[in-house]
Design a protein around this ligand. Structure first.
Ligand code: S3P
Length: 167
């Protein structure tokens, strides 16, 4: 397969994991969710790591894990955690590994609805105002990705995966 590998970025609740899974199904390849990879390795979820060791410690674990995943050439699709793309060193690593970065640009309301109804614990989005501010602050980083995809509640993961594959 000579298609570039794909890294999905975007805010919490933008649909990164489900879109990565849909892409992997369509490409018949392997996808990795970075948060799940970290949880498996550490025996603790990202939320637990942040709560127990603090965010800076989690970011270091996340960067190490990202490098490890990028080195696995069989992995064609990677879903990042919402903060990973905001770290310049992580963006540089993704570029160095020649991956296509795709931003799922989902409006705050949609992300928030999913954050409060989902089962994942998100310590960095403890309340609506904090999450909204973070959503705003992070736009500038997400805009540095190569492909931008507007996401609404109408879009299925499958249709978003189609859009990504059709460029
Ligand atoms: C984070 C998002 C989470 C997880 C951690 C930190 C963030 O991933 O990595 O709680 O900084 O936005 P999701 O985007 O999959 O929720």
């Amino acid at each position: 397969m000579n298609r570039r590998r794909i890294v999905i970025v975007g805010f919490m609740g933008s649909g990164k994991t489900t879109v990565a899974e849909a892409l992997a199904r369509q490409l018949g390849c392997q996808a990795i969710d970075l948060d799940s990879f970290i949880a498996e390795r550490a025996g603790r979820s990202p939320a637990e790591i942040i709560a127990q060791d603090g965010e800076p410690a989690f970011r270091q674990i996340e960067t190490d894990a990202l490098l490890e995943v990028l080195e696995k050439k069989a992995v064609r699709v990677i879903a990042l955690g919402g903060g990973a793309w905001t770290i310049a060193a992580n963006r540089a690593m993704v570029a160095k590994h020649d991956c296509l970065s795709v931003w799922l640009d989902a409006p705050f309301e949609l992300c928030w609805e999913r954050i409060i109804s989902g089962k994942a614990v998100r310590p960095l989005a403890p309340d609506r105002a904090t999450a909204a501010r973070l959503h705003d602050d992070r736009r500038a980083s997400y805009e540095l990705s190569e492909q931008h995809l507007k996401v609404s509640s109408e879009n299925s993961a499958r249709s978003l995966a189609d859009e990504i594959l059709n460029g």
